[in-house]
Design a protein around this ligand. Structure first.
Ligand SMILES: [Zn+2]
Length: 120
């Protein structure tokens, strides 16, 4: 029982550390302030950070060439990320909003059933 509690606390600590590491904005805030920043309950922080980590790795490491289905490009002529579902695009959109303060809009790919994010 105690061991279980301890491992949960470690996970929470790691979750906070991960988020602080990625969001310079909250690096100096207390745990409680961070929870209120993300509008989370303490019990949600571990799952949130895992989700966050996955998205982070995805946006960072998944090269855009993943998208071999449509030929849509961005302003720099780079192939755009294609999201299979609106939920997926929405998730990445809110991730980029909080992590990089970038506001993007979601639109339907004109050539496939997927979705893209756009700065415009
Ligand atoms: Zn497209």
């Amino acid at each position: 029982m105690l061991k279980k509690l301890k491992s949960l606390l470690t996970q929470e600590e790691e979750a906070f550390a991960l988020l602080k590491n990625q969001y310079p904005l909250i690096a100096n805030k207390s745990d409680a302030e961070i929870l209120s920043y993300f509008e989370l309950e303490r019990s949600e922080i571990v799952a949130f950070s895992k989700d966050f980590k996955n998205l982070y790795e995805e946006t960072k490491h998944h090269p855009l060439e993943q998208n071999t289905i449509c030929k849509c490009t961005d302003a720099n002529n780079q192939p755009k990320n294609l999201y299979n579902t609106r939920e997926e695009a929405e998730k990445t959109r809110s991730f980029l909003k909080t992590s990089q303060n970038t506001t993007l809009t979601i639109y339907h790919c004109p050539h496939t059933k997927g979705w893209h994010l756009s700065k415009g």
